[in-house]
Every structure is written in structure tokens, then in C-alpha cells.
Design a protein around this ligand. Sequence first.
Ligand code: GAR
Length: 187
Amino acid sequence: MKHIAIFASGNGSNTEAIIGYFKGHPSVNVALVVTNNPEAGVIKIAHSNKIISAIVSKNALNDPEILGRLIAALNIDMIVLAGFLQLIPAYLLERFPQRIINIHPALLPKYGGKGMYGIKVHEAVLSQGDAETGITIHFVNENYDEGEVILQKATTIDKSDTPETIALKVQVLEHEWFPRTIEKLLL
Ligand code: GAR
């Protein structure tokens, strides 16, 4: 069995999609949900799916003796960032080479980097008049929204689109492609 940890800071729609996809899966198990935000929706989602959750301060995240120990104890094979707003510390990058992945709601390298999160990304895309946007799934390195691209999927932008309608289109792509990309990388 491969064990994954999901790191998330927000509502957790991707976390929910990933947990749902792997429910009853013969060889992949969501073993841990980590958040830096005590208000995050992901805590409830983890709880209702009987998955261990951990709320970590910046210090705990960066401390191999705290989060690092928990991850080792749960035999985690892969870390999945699903809307996680903190940088991943070096000890985890070293421990999980090509085993930490992130999803971003745009076609990187456009519209990425610190502060580029949620609706801000879609507002930026719309203000540039781009004909399309999409999702990027990529390996994580020490910078925000960088690292080798694993998969991109695009969707068109229509004249009538708003940041909110773009967010919905992008979310459909995220929920469709993130779980199966995780599965493909693990198996
Ligand atoms: C997702 O759209 C994800 O692509 C984005 O955060 C959202 C989390 O939504 N990530 C980034 O912007 C990373 N820079 P969710 O909490 O509903 O899964």
C-alpha cells in the first residue's frame, strides 16, 4: 500500500476529490491531511473520512522532529499540495525527491508565484485577455509554483467569463486530473 499526505490551507475541494477517488483503492491510501490553517475546511473533510489531520504552525512544519516524525511514522510515500500556502521545507524536499507535487490553477509559468492563489489567479488571467487558461500539476521545489511540469490541461476563456466562472471551469479540470495523476505517479 502507498500512503499519501495531502497538505492544504483552504476549502479542500481537491482534498475531497482525492479522498473520494482513493476510497477503497487497493493500493493507495490517504493517510494524513496537514494544514497550517485552523479554520481550513480540510479538517472537517479529514475528520468525516476518518483520516488523521494535523494543524501545524510554521515552526512545526519546518521542524523535522515534529512534522518530519509524523510523516515518517505514517510511512508516507508522496506529499500532495492541494492549495497549500506555505513553502515546503528543505528536509521534506530532500526526503521526497520527485515525490512532492502541487496543483496550480493556471498554465504555469504564467500566473504563478507568491500570492498567486485562488481567485487572484483568475482575475489576472482575465485582465490579460488570454484565450485560454487551465491547470498545471508539477513537482515541487524550494520556490512557489516552480518545478518540472507533470501535466497541463487547458480550457477556453469566453467573452462572458468572469473570474468566478473561470474558477469553476478550472476546478472541474482539477478534480478530474489531480487524483488520476497521483495514481499514475505512484503505481
Ligand atoms: C486550487 O485551485 C489549487 O489549484 C490552488 O488552490 C486551490 C485550492 O482549492 N493552488 C494554488 O493556487 C497554488 N499556488 P481547494 O481548497 O478547493 O482544493
